[in-house]
Ligand binder design. Sequence first.
Ligand SMILES: O=C(O)CCC(=O)C(=O)O
Length: 429
Amino acid sequence: MGSCISKCMPNKHSRLEDHHVYDDDLYGFVQDKLVISQAPPFKVPPTPLSNKISPSPLELSFSSKSASTIFTASKSSASSIPAQFLWPAEDTVRALDELDEPLIDLGGFFRGDHESTLRAAKAIREACLSHGFFQVVNHGIDWGLIQAAHDHIRSFFRSPIETKLRASQKRNGYGGYSSAHSERFSSRLPWKETLSFGYPANSPEETVEFFKSKLGMEFEQTGKVYKKYCEAMKDLALGIMELLAISLGVGRLHYKELFNDSRSIMRCNYYPPCKKPSLVLGTGPHCDPTSLTVLHQDQVGGLEVSANGKWWKVRPHPDALVINIGDSFMALTNGMYKSGLHWAVVNESRERMSLSFFMCPAPYKVVRPPQGLLYRDMNGERKYPDFTWPELLHFVKNHHRADTGDTLGHFSRWLLSQSAVLSCQDPQA
Ligand SMILES: O=C(O)CCC(=O)C(=O)O
């Protein structure tokens, strides 16, 4: 059945010839200009019995109550937890030990030092083969800018609810203010408020425009700070793309060029204190569907990562940024690098904030692993079909709740089922 679907499946994305110059730094080999015009077929993996795609968008009913009536920071000190915020027992385990993710010094890489670059790439490779998380220091981002980003967004979250609701996120919208994601879900709500907005690398003024148009001129300065913050995060993320390419032994600029016109997403998370933190989750268990996440967390701590069947704390380092790869980068390595499962827990007495910058490919770019990697390390066998970022984003917004797991597997099967329907409807197919 698998091979039938893969043979019949119409290929929506044109296949360009791939030219890959292999980087011999890490592995001591060079394969010059490997040209393969036909991408190998993607084989449909079986649907795991325990993890079926929800039959309808979001298995959860939409709550008609406004976000503010369900959850606001001011109500969060209540000692009884509303039922919508309770999580199943398996999600109430808490990490005891710290993850031993590498703390990578990027100073040498940015100075162009060969040895330090190889050391950094090697550490990144080990982390990404295992759980996908590492931290970076000497990343070049001005501490004052990080501080300003926290200060501005703290003021926003402390604003009256009427102000925050001016930027309300629509049910399946892509940006805005969300109170516990209650505009989309009515159970297993995260104990947090968020503000999300886009950062298109080619049109960065849109970030300032978001703040001005949604929240008014009093937030123009916040918009300017975040435009600068996202610009700095994008430059750092592109540097890490270079290191990821070196670590995989593909052309050094391969991923950097793929993401040079990225449309990224910025999400600011505010976790109020909670009297019964063991019953709730600040952010539910999920893998980021995006490509590369650069997170700055304050010193309270709360990020936890699943690795080797256990949850681990990710210790906040005052000068570090936490990096993890997401599902769409995992697809770009044909599943070789792991998009790590993580969640955020909340604190009994302290509020916590984290700033997540998610790098995503430009909408027209096809997410597909480099041919050389595929043929060198994986016999040319594809694990995921070609897709674009808007297709994956549509799926996670409309057909899947990320904290139910295996987003990429569900998405691949869904995409193929869509293609199969299209080919049945198209008499030419
Ligand atoms: O707050 C954190 O540490 C994690 C946030 C997160 O996972 C997210 O924004 O997707």
